[in-house]
Design a protein around this ligand. Structure first.
Ligand SMILES: [Zn+2]
Length: 293
């Protein structure tokens, strides 16, 4: 375990206790979340170091990395994924002003579903994925597009770098951002898709909210902390888009963590409520931040 003495985003040394959250998914250990008094970032502290964290990912159920359909919820997850791939693609396409030779990096590409989609649409897409288990689940034709060492993503002059639920897992927050921003063309797009702890489902489930996912999630972002992040790294926030399907998945999982019966039905209804509230507040379960260099 490593205890951070400084905020991993702004280096401030003053934080307050936010909450105590259990790893409901795997270890059942408890972790503390603290909130930085300057940039409002909530982060897991203490946290497993980069070396110590791998056992917390060792589960056949970590479905963002695996391909086996075992349960109804992972079946639904895949159904939604195939729909949202198209939606993500159309959103990104609308942000790019030119139509030829789109150079795209999906950082933390997992099994590579998104780059498979963008590759088939004619983009020059690469993935970056350090996790060998995820790599081994990629389709053969796609796995060659996935890079696994950080040097190989350099000097590519990307139009677009995407991180779908990835930044909250990265130990070296500012260094990683700097590295990626450096690889972007001027006016290039950095997309960050992140769970939002200001959403209704987060406020409702509190310490059982699946979006905390400690200790795998090292940071718990909201609009304020992403705003600070953008300013600190010289980026501007172009737009913020909802991820309305995440509320259902996260609520169903949270219902399971609470220990309720009929988790799918109850989670579905809470997901619906979360989205309905978010139409007024904008605080969806997950948000996509479109940042420009
Ligand atoms: Zn801070």
């Amino acid at each position: 375990m490593e205890r951070l003495e400084e905020c991993p985003l702004c280096k401030n040394t003053k934080f307050e206790t936010h909450s105590e959250v259990t790893d409901h998914f795997l270890s059942h250990e408890k972790f503390m979340l603290v909130k930085c008094s300057k940039c409002n970032l909530v982060f897991t502290n203490p946290r497993p170091s980069q070396i110590d964290i791998s056992p917390y990912y060792k589960s056949a159920d970590y479905i963002s990395h695996t391909n086996k359909t075992k349960s109804i919820s992972s079946f639904l997850y895949k159904l939604v994924r195939s729909y949202t791939l198209g939606k993500k693609f159309r959103l990104l396409k609308s942000l790019l002003t030119h139509s030829t030779e789109i150079h795209h990096l999906d950082y933390g590409s997992g099994t590579g579903h998104f780059i498979e989609y963008t590759h088939n649409k004619g983009w020059i897409s690469n993935g970056y994925e350090p996790d060998s288990t995820a790599l081994s689940h990629s389709n053969k034709s796609i796995s060659q597009l996935i890079l696994n060492n950080i040097e190989s993503i350099s000097n590519k002059n990307y139009d677009l770098i995407t991180l779908f639920h990835v930044l909250e897992h990265v130990h070296n927050l500012n260094d990683t951002l700097e590295l990626l921003i450096h690889q972007l063309k001027p006016n290039g797009v950095l997309l960050l898709a992140l769970p939002n702890h200001k959403s209704f489902d987060a406020q409702y489930y509190k310490q059982h909210w699946a979006g905390y996912d400690v200790p795998r999630h090292l940071y718990h972002f909201d609009r304020e902390s992403v705003n600070f992040l953008a300013q600190q790294h010289g980026l501007k926030i172009d737009k913020i888009e909802p991820m309305p399907f995440d509320s259902f998945y996260v609520s169903m999982l949270s219902e399971k963590y609470v220990g309720h019966y009929m988790t799918l039905l109850k989670g579905f209804l809470k997901g619906l409520k979360s989205n309905r509230k978010a139409t007024a507040t904008g605080e969806y379960s997950s948000l996509i931040y479109i940042l420009r260099k």
